[in-house]
Each structure stands twice: as structure tokens, then as C-alpha cells.
Design a protein around this ligand. Structure first.
Ligand SMILES: *Cc1c(COP(=O)(O)O)cnc(C)c1O
Length: 391
């Protein structure tokens, strides 16, 4: 079957929710990926920050295949080892106390939202504190509830009625968070420390400090959405470490499974016993294969790897800042946003034609390469990107 057939079949049978690029990828290795004609590309997107160790990483694959040949699924009615080991490793590395596993970022956030509301319900005996403050320009997922949580008006049409109980505050002015918290009906504030889909916009340290102290004063929970920033992406295992505070709830997904669907909601001391028997669940959540792969990934995100992420991130920032056609570079570690004079979509199209695969985020070009991309691959890709941006 040639690639025209696949494109036509896609248009005929797959829901029209994606404006796909013309490329048909068939295989890869690490940060290199090949299309059906054998053309080689350097991958600066990693499946939207998913393939943290690149494509078909031998060690990760080994862990996955080993588990696949033993037991692929049994349901959460019984004990299975991989999800337990992964939860233990995540708690050991973060200081969180308990983990609930789902299959995606949206599900991890749904769990965080349910946990915060149940925590407030247990505290007050009713739903008077069910509201959650989220930030303008945020992104928290595509379910009806996580769309409501998402602080972008563009997501709040056509699918209503949306889940009530979300209010949106400025991501720059903590005064707006304070004003909402002062109403007395809020149980939590939920934020991405770097707004990923919103254009790779890191929150200011002072802003985050203030939001955290408002939450502490008002006895509210702090939920950090690390679906995109987590699992080594920003140069620490989780980005909150660089902001110097400990959240009550951390959600993650994307990179966690190294390419298999897996989401986690990690619960700190204040909420570790909030969810009780029957209060939440997922058929596929904690799937043994996904968790066996994730355990391999998390164990290998060590100090040396993270040091490399920070160093490579600095290199990217330096190489692109002030380059022709570049108006600004934002981000942390290997999560980079580039504001270009040309429209981002045009840059991406031209880059793909030259064998480099970046992403966009709002008006920016976004880079989320595998954390293990080599220096040579990175410099080759960045040089091509610079040419394409400056043309
Ligand atoms: C991608 C993303 C989500 C949604 O994750 P899915 O796995 O697509 O449900 C939620 N929050 C953030 C910050 C994300 O980047």
C-alpha cells in the first residue's frame, strides 16, 4: 500500500480532528525517524514530548517486551508488580505519597480535580469549596471537565455545557489569584509551571511564590500540571523542583510512558488518603506494559541525564537567541519556544522539507526533542532550523 492510499484512507476513515502534515513516518531510532521513502529526519518533537528516550530505545523496549511476554493486563482488581514498583519509584523520587494511574494527561488532571474536590468536601461536609482556580492561557486536556479547566476562551465553545467550578486568573498578576481565593469557595489552584500548549511560557518565580503562599494562607491545595514539563523535560525530574516548593498534587503523562499511554496523579501528604475505595478507577490505568516501560524510563532519568538536558537546552537557547528571524526564545531544559518573524507553521513546513521535525505552540515554534538526542544531531537540526527561520 503506497502513501497516497494511506492518506486517502485516513481522510476517509479517521475522524477529521487533526490537520496532519504530509509525512508518513514508518520507523526510527533514537532522535532519527524515517518516512516511507527512506528520507531521514531529526526529531525535535518526540511525539509531543512523549518519546523521552527517542524511538525504539533498546532498554525501554526490552522492559516493555519482557512484560508483554509475561502479562499484558489483569485489571486493578488484582495486584500486579509494575505499577507498584513505578508508584514506589515516583514517590521515592518526589516525596509524594501515593499515585493514581490513568492513561493520559487529561485523565491525570481529572483525578487531580476529583481529589481536590473530595478533599474540600471531606473538610467542609459539603460542596461549598468546590471551585478550582486555573490560569489564563493554560491547557489541561480535552475532556469536558479539563476543557473547562483550560484557561483559553477558544476551548470554551461548541461543547457546552461545560463542567462548572473553574475560574481563571492571570498567569502574571498574582493579585487576581488572591481576589478569587478571597471569595472563599476555592479548594485549589492548578497551574502549568511552563505553559506548554500556550506557547512555552514559563511562569515567573515571584508569581509562583506568591500563588503558593496565597494557597497556603487560604488552606487551598496547589496542583501542578506537569503533563508536558515532567519526566526530565526541563532539566529536573519535575519542573516544580526548580521553583523551590512542593505541590500537594502533581499530574504527569506525555513522557512518563516513553511512548506508551500512561498518566499519573501523584498525591502529597495532605491528600494521600482523600481517594477511598470506589471513589475513582480506570480499567487500563496502571497497565503492566506501560508501567514496566515507565519504570525503566524514570530510573534512567538520573543526575547525569538531567545535567545533559540542561546543557543541551542552554545550547539551543544560545544558538537561536539573536539569530536572523528569531524574535525571542523561551523555555527550560529541552522545552523551547521560539518566536519567529515568519509564521510558526511556515517554519515547521520548511523544516520538515529539510529533514527536521519541530512542533508549534500557539504562535511559536516549539522544540521537545528526545532527552537523549546527541550533540551532533542537535547541532545539525538547530543549524537547519536557523537557516529555515532566517530565510
Ligand atoms: C498534553 C497536555 C495535557 C493533555 O494530555 P493528554 O494526554 O492529551 O490528555 C494536559 N496538560 C498539559 C499541560 C499538556 O501539555
Amino acid at each position: 500500500m503506497d502513501e497516497m492510499d494511506i492518506r486517502e484512507l485516513d481522510r476517509q476513515y479517521v475522524a477529521n480532528t487533526y490537520a496532519r502534515s504530509d509525512v508518513l513516518f514508518v520507523r526510527g531510532s533514537g532522535a532519527q525517524v524515517f518516512d516511507d521513502r527512506g528520507k531521514r529526519y531529526i526529531d525535535l518533537g518526540a511525539g509531543i514530548g512523549v518519546n523521552v528516550f527517542g524511538i525504539a530505545d533498546p532498554e525501554w523496549r526490552g522492559a516493555v517486551v519482557e512484560q508483554l511476554s509475561k502479562l499484558q493486563h489483569m485489571s486493578n482488581l488484582y495486584y500486579t508488580e509494575p505499577c507498584v514498583r513505578l508508584a514506589e519509584e515516583l514517590c521515592r523520587r518526589t516525596g509524594m505519597r501515593k499515585v493514581f494511574f490513568g492513561n493520559s494527561g487529561a485523565e491525570a488532571n481529572e483525578c487531580a480535580i476529583k481529589t481536590a474536590r473530595k478533599w474540600a468536601f471531606d473538610l467542609c461536609g459539603d460542596e461549598r469549596r468546590s471551585t478550582i482556580i486555573t490560569l489564563k492561557n493554560s491547557f489541561h486536556g480535552r475532556t469536558v471537565t479539563t476543557l473547562a479547566a483550560t484557561g483559553q476562551e477558544a476551548f470554551h465553545t461548541k461543547f457546552g455545557p461545560f463542567t462548572p467550578g473553574f475560574v481563571h486568573a492571570s498567569a502574571q498578576d498574582a493579585g487576581e489569584v488572591r481576589a478569587l481565593a478571597d471569595r472563599g469557595d476555592c479548594c485549589a489552584v492548578m497551574m502549568e509551571l511552563i505553559q506548554g500548549e500556550g506557547g512555552v511560557v514559563p511562569l515567573e518565580r515571584e508569581y509562583v511564590d506568591e500563588v503558593v503562599s496565597i494557597a497556603r494562607e487560604q488552606d487551598m491545595l496547589v496542583i501542578v500540571d506537569e503533563v508536558q514539563t515532567g519526566n526530565g523535560r526541563t532539566g529536573t525530574l519535575y519542573a516544580y523542583e526548580q521553583y523551590g516548593f512542593t505541590p500537594d498534587i502533581v499530574t504527569t503523562a506525555k513522557g512518563l510512558g516513553g511512548g506508551l499511554p500512561l498518566g499519573a496523579c501523584m498525591m502529597g501528604e495532605r491528600v494521600e488518603n482523600t481517594l477511598t475505595f470506589g471513589s475513582h478507577g480506570s480499567t487500563f490505568g496502571g497497565n503492566p506494559i506501560a508501567c514496566a516501560g515507565a519504570l525503566n524510563i524514570i530510573r534512567r532519568i538520573d543526575d547525569e541525564l538531567l545535567e545533559g538536558v540542561r546543557r543541551k537546552g542552554e545550547y539551543v537557547k544560545k544558538a537561536l537567541s539573536g539569530a536572523k528571524g528569531v524574535k525571542g526564545v523561551t523555555g527550560m531544559g529541552l522545552m523551547t519556544g521560539i518566536l519567529t518573524e515568519k509564521p510558526a507553521g511556515e517554519v515547521v513546513r520548511a523544516a520538515i522539507a529539510r529533514g527536521v521535525v519541530p512542533l508549534t505552540a500557539h504562535e511559536k515554534v516549539r522544540l521537545l526533542p528526545p532527552l537523549t538526542i546527541t550533540d551532533e544531531e542537535l547541532s545539525e537540526a538547530v543549524e537547519i532550523l536557523k537557516e529555515v527561520i532566517g530565510e
